[in-house]
Write a protein that binds this ligand. Structure first.
Ligand SMILES: NC(=O)c1ccc[n+]([C@@H]2O[C@H](COP(=O)([O-])OP(=O)(O)OC[C@H]3O[C@@H](n4cnc5c(N)ncnc54)[C@H](OP(=O)(O)O)[C@@H]3O)[C@@H](O)[C@H]2O)c1
Length: 295
């Protein structure tokens, strides 16, 4: 079964390389073609357009920035939905609002194909190693068809409801994590006069109820930034965090719920982006706050 990957940015490329490593035939398409070259060298075929990708593959994964990118890739000229797609399965994995996945599912059904959503928890490393956490929305029969592919990419797959439910859970699980980066920066500002080296201090946080699981995985990188180093390669940047927070706030407005902390966190990250931090890794945010904090 040939698997297509539309969007070979950081996450899409990592997932495609995982599928190649597991010896699946893979075809890729990316808007900026050069970014797919490393995958071609690793054994992937490349499609010239999304339409060609959809026609060549039985299952197509998409991993794209946002709703606009999904719209362009699926519904644009030579888009995925212009391909020969009848009977095929799409697995949409981007982080977007539930209504985006629901509208896309209707468009895909209208072409005689099926769609499940599977936004993921975990970044580039887990994607390369098949250790993502998938939050799946879709019809049970379609999810069952997708399962062999999802199991190659995810350490855990949770089918949480129909299309849209996965997006809701994904936005929800990201919220405390994204607010936490700012909370950690503010917390560390209370320790400025404490004479403990950053690696030890972060290790203390990580071993308490004040530390999320992320600190166990990314704590060393955060400590290094506190010692003046820059996180490289960037896996989850500040601009992507701002996109996620904006998406959460749009969803909250549509649901009529208030999210004051989330709104404040977005303001902080917008300020970081204005200071030139948009393309920096999320792990640099606490150090950024300590150096640029405002009264
Ligand atoms: N990075 C993470 O740790 C992480 C973790 C979990 C989930 N996610 C989610 O996964 C998705 C992808 O993230 P990423 O880190 O892989 O981002 P990325 O490296 O910036 O890649 C984004 C991809 O979307 C494509 N794209 C953007 N706008 C497009 C358009 N108008 N038409 C066609 N293609 C377009 C890009 O193509 P070009 O190369 O041509 O720009 C690229 O392939 C996002 O929804 C993100 O929130 C990310």
């Amino acid at each position: 079964m040939r698997i297509g990957v539309a969007g070979t940015g950081r996450m899409g490329a990592a997932m495609a390389s995982r599928l190649l490593e597991r010896e699946h035939p893979v075809t890729v398409w990316n808007r900026t073609r050069e970014k797919a070259q490393a995958l071609v060298a690793a054994g992937a075929s490349v499609a010239a357009t999304p339409r060609e990708l959809a026609s060549a593959c039985q299952v197509v994964i998409s991993m794209l920035t946002d709703a606009a990118a999904i719209d362009a890739t699926y519904r644009g000229r030579d888009g995925l939905l212009e391909g020969e797609v009848r009977g095929k399965l799409f697995i949409e994995m981007s982080t977007v609002r539930p209504e985006v996945e629901q509208a896309l599912s209707a468009s895909v059904s209208g072409r005689g194909a099926a769609l499940i959503e599977c936004p993921v928890g975990g970044t580039v490393g887990p994607a390369k190693e098949g250790r993502l956490f998938g939050f799946v929305g879709g019809a049970a029969a379609d999810v069952a068809r997708a399962r062999p592919v999802l199991d190659e990419l995810c350490r855990r797959v949770e089918h949480v409801g129909p299309v849209g439910a996965g997006a809701s859970v994904k936005l929800a699980i990201n919220l405390p994590l994204l607010v936490y980066y700012q909370a950690l920066g503010e917390a560390l500002s209370l320790c400025r006069s404490v004479d403990v080296e950053p690696p030890r201090l972060i290790d203390i946080f990580a071993d308490t109820s004040g530390g999320p699981n992320m600190l166990k995985v990314r704590g060393a990188a955060i400590a290094a930034t506190l010692q003046g180093r820059e996180t490289s390669p960037v896996t989850f940047d500040v601009d992507l965090i701002r996109k996620d927070l904006r998406t959460m706030l749009e969803e909250a407005a549509a649901l009529g719920v208030e999210m004051p902390l989330t709104a404040q966190a977005l303001e902080r990250y917008d300020a970081a982006a204005r200071d030139g931090f948009g393309a920096k890794d999320a792990t640099m945010l606490p150090a950024y706050w300590l150096r640029h904090r405002r009264s």
